[in-house]
Design a binder for this molecule. Sequence first.
Ligand SMILES: [Zn+2]
Length: 285
Amino acid sequence: MKIGAHVSSSGGIDKAIDRAEDIQAEAVQLFITPPQGWAKTNHSDESIGSFRSKAEVANIGPVFFHGIYLINLATDNKTNLEKSIDSLVYYMNFAKRLGAQGVIFHTGSHKGAGLDAVFDQIVDSFNKVLDKSPSEGVSLCIENNAGHGNQIGSNFDELGEIISAVGDDRLNVCLDTCHLLASGYDIRDKKSLDKVMLQFDEKIGIQRLVAVHANDAKSDLGSNLDRHENIGDGFIGMDGWETIVSHESFREVPFFLEVPGIKGRTGPDLENVLRLKTIRDRLDI
Ligand SMILES: [Zn+2]
């Protein structure tokens, strides 16, 4: 497995590769537009070329994008629904241009209406995005949620129902380890993790697992709180990471750190990357 990280792309997308190299990340996740807004960034051919050549020289990949925070495919606001679909279409097509493998995002919140009330709209929205996306090579990846509020996709039943209703090979899943623990999936010992991944396979299909967000958790099992912690310092703990890194389900899946950072919340850093690499090297994976 590749040990990667979410890195900033400020100052130009190719800077993301420099930052990944600085922390010895082997794969990279980035935003291609400011995540708090709808505005699109006009990336020059030059910065795209520079990104691709730097990534090749440094042997960094795969590359995934994280969608903007405003996306909500379950919203009752038609304008925002259109903007959400449009943003994902933009990200999916830019992924093809940059050589990225996928776009990871949260489906959104039904704001109390219940999944049934918004189910058809969500499926229809996924189909609209996929209709205007590259026909192959780029995955649209739903990320599991911690289960707070009325977010969609905090359990494998919901994810599986949506994915099978859409019925497209390009619709895949990114599992966030912090969100798994927070939403009640114990992944810290082999027996429990086996059970969780068996469930994933039954309800979603293990071939659809294309990325992992590797985050420890500040809150315990079932807390429903989305609070990331540095590797080994949270409720997953070093023994839990050993279980996760050694599990066969994740062997071919890239890991992306989205941790706060050891020194002063600077985001994924060398120390966190090394903590995972040390386990991987010790287990000889
Ligand atoms: Zn995540």
